[in-house]
Design a protein around this ligand. Structure first.
Ligand SMILES: [Zn+2]
Length: 454
């Protein structure tokens, strides 16, 4: 194992098939990955011989890829899968969120660990949790932060705030000033913890926030150097509401407020027009595409090929488990690639398997400060090792394409986040998955037998 003149690594993966997600989408055989201080110190054939280590993963039967990033979810919704099957967004929100907006610590933790378990088995190493409780409050953000840290995944908690169009079940008034104070406290307390947890500001949507709150959100991002995530133009109703309230599109309104920029990711953008896309491109604001959720709620299809043509950065999200109903990033990758083929005769307008995988890897690495989305010396050590002797890869004709299109049935054997093995031989090492599952079963549904919120 050890050579007297070798360097000491924290972890070495030996003899793996590696998809580094470089420009050529190479496939490297018999490749070693050396991890030191949370980063990849070396990646290539024969590298292991130059390093000593106390921890080795046998790579002979795995395909190693950069860890996948889920760019948009709402963790409490893992407690509400399977509800409101045929409801569009408005009715769905009422059914699902009436029971989820005031969760106690144990429920928030349960939702997050269920979410994390599913994502880890699916090769996900980073997530943006657009974390909703109404009104947003310090205690619930504390619960979310501690639970994501416990999970071992790299997480950004984008604290969802709103002070307009508040649902009827929220009895107390919401003050903009109090929300801003709470956001400041949460950021100062949690942002950057363990190098793995970020706080972001998550205005619910332009139509659900006063301009005062939106401006304050933008100022907090500037002050603390943090990100902003927000729903925009998810449905045609929301576009109409923005028009009636702002006399303009939501994107133009946000641009006028001066809060767009490279730190901003807008979830959905299903109904953004050509001028909106020009603004997103010129401000370098990103779009989080949630194709499965958009289909589930009948919201429409986001024109990601037009976004791509205009130079808008697009990443992938599952959205919450109540509108998906899984947290499988690979499933959303597949749907993202296939949807444009429904209405375009010209294959040059299609999204390829490699381009779709890039939404969850390379693009996410560019948009979020949560890993690099590729594997090379110097990158953060966030990666997944998928079973190679699995039906989706047998025989191996085109590993990238098979991962994107057949990968729904493949599970990660190992997952490494920030240089730490979080999933080893299919077992989560950071928390007791079986206990979490048992707890979820024992508690039963928080909803009525008919799926109602009362
Ligand atoms: Zn959402």
């Amino acid at each position: 194992m050890t050579q007297s003149n070798s360097h000491a690594a924290d972890l070495v993966v030996k003899n793996a098939t590696v998809l580094p997600f470089d420009e050529e989408f190479s496939v490297l055989e018999n490749c070693d990955i050396v991890v030191l201080d949370g980063r990849i110190a070396a990646c290539g054939p024969g590298e292991a011989a130059r390093w000593s280590t106390t921890d080795t993963l046998d790579g002979r039967d795995v395909v190693v890829t950069p860890g996948l990033c889920n760019g948009h979810t709402h963790s409490p919704e893992t407690l509400a899968r399977g509800l409101a099957d045929t409801a569009p967004l408005g009715r769905w929100l009422e059914t699902v969120w009436g029971r989820l907006d005031h969760l106690d610590h144990e429920s928030i933790r349960l939702g997050i660990l269920l979410c994390a378990a599913e994502m880890l088995h699916g090769g996900v190493t980073a997530v943006v949790d657009h974390f909703r409780q109404t009104p947003a409050n310090r205690l619930s953000v504390d619960s979310a932060a501690t639970s994501w840290l416990e999970s071992g995944i790299r997480a950004t908690v984008a604290v969802m705030v709103r002070d307009r169009n508040v649902p009827a079940w929220v009895k107390q008034p919401i003050s903009c000033a109090e929300q801003v104070d709470m956001l400041r406290e949460c950021t100062e307390r949690w942002d950057g913890t363990e190098g793995r947890l970020r706080i972001a500001i998550g205005p619910s949507a332009p139509t659900r926030c006063s301009d005062e709150l939106l401006r304050a959100a933008g100022a907090l991002c500037d002050h603390y150097g943090i990100a902003l995530q927000m729903h925009v133009d998810e449905t045609r109703d929301e576009v109409a509401l923005a028009r009636s309230r702002f006399g303009d599109s939501a994107v133009r309104h946000l641009d006028r407020l001066g809060i767009l920029g490279p730190h901003v990711s807008l979830a959905h953008c299903v109904w953004c027009g050509p001028e909106d896309l020009e603004i997103l491109a010129s401000t370098r604001s990103a779009v989080v595409h949630n194709p499965v959720s958009n289909l589930r709620l009948g919201s429409g299809r986001a024109p990601i090929e037009r976004m791509r043509d205009r130079g808008v950065d697009v990443v992938i999200g599952t959205d919450g488990a109540a509108s998906n109903d899984s947290q499988s990033v690979l499933e959303s990758v597949k749907v993202a690639a296939l949807l444009p083929r429904l209405s375009n005769d010209d294959p040059s307008d299609w999204i390829s398997a490699r381009q779709a995988l890039s939404l969850a890897t390379i693009n996410a690495g560019r948009v979020f400060d949560m890993g690099d989305g590729r594997l090379a010396a110097g990158c953060r050590a966030d990666f997944a090792a998928f079973e190679r002797a699995a039906l989706p890869f047998a025989p191996a004709n085109d590993l990238h394409c098979q991962l994107a299109f057949a990968g729904g049935g493949v599970r990660a054997r190992h997952v490494v986040v920030d240089g730490r093995v979080v999933l080893r031989n299919h077992e989560i090492v950071t928390f007791d998955e079986q206990r979490v599952l048992n707890l979820a079963v024992a508690r039963g549904t928080p909803f009525g037998a008919d799926g109602s919120a009362d």
